[in-house]
Design a protein around this ligand. Sequence first.
Ligand SMILES: [Zn+2]
Length: 254
Amino acid sequence: MKFALVDNTKAEPTKGTKGTCPNCGSELIAKCGNIKVHHWAHKGMRNCDPWWENETEWHRTWKNVFPLSWQEVIHTDTTGERHIADVKTDEGWVLEFQHSPIRSEERQARNAFYKRIVWVVDGGRLNDHKAQFQDVLNGCSLIKYGNINIFRTGRDNKSRLLREWAGSRIPVFFDFREYQERQSLRLWFLIPTQSQSSIYFLPFSVSDFIATSINQGLTELADKLVPDLASFLVRNEKRSSSFSLSLSPRRRSR
Ligand SMILES: [Zn+2]
């Protein structure tokens, strides 16, 4: 964890210090070695939150762009279950930064627990994931929605990550770590739709994502933009399938 309570204040680890876990209240020890990111660890046991994943530089880079008070926030539900949200915005949205593979049952459990949740998935963990996505991108069809370019591919595409997360009703952003050109840092936003045949996504700049989160725009994104896009895409799918139906008799007569 990046934070422990030291004298009842959120504190980052420094060599030799001890703190208290804000989630379970047990003692935490500062780990400030040269290999892993500096963090707090529970004495002789795993993290008290079973959903916690070991932090990487990638997690830290993401957390650090948000206000300190939003980072590692304890979220409690009505039954008293508690978990540590990576980031929780003032609007009440939890941003989960997911580096490791995650089973779909656990994903569903987290979605149900947090309710207002947005996933940011590390697509740069494996070179394979990046290459597969690039491959899919090259074969996508493009759909215009106003000035937005939406990318479409089939459910049976070659990208393992896309297939795993397809059908999510929760907003998901893939971070393929497209960091080469600083101006064009971008994520790929997987649009939640009910489509059984297609997956739709669009580029979303990192700076827009951060600004949307910070300027309390996630509710509008989830409650307005996503339904608008989804219903447009459903209409578009119906139109193109009736279009191809009307073409098929002609094809047969050839
Ligand atoms: Zn704990």
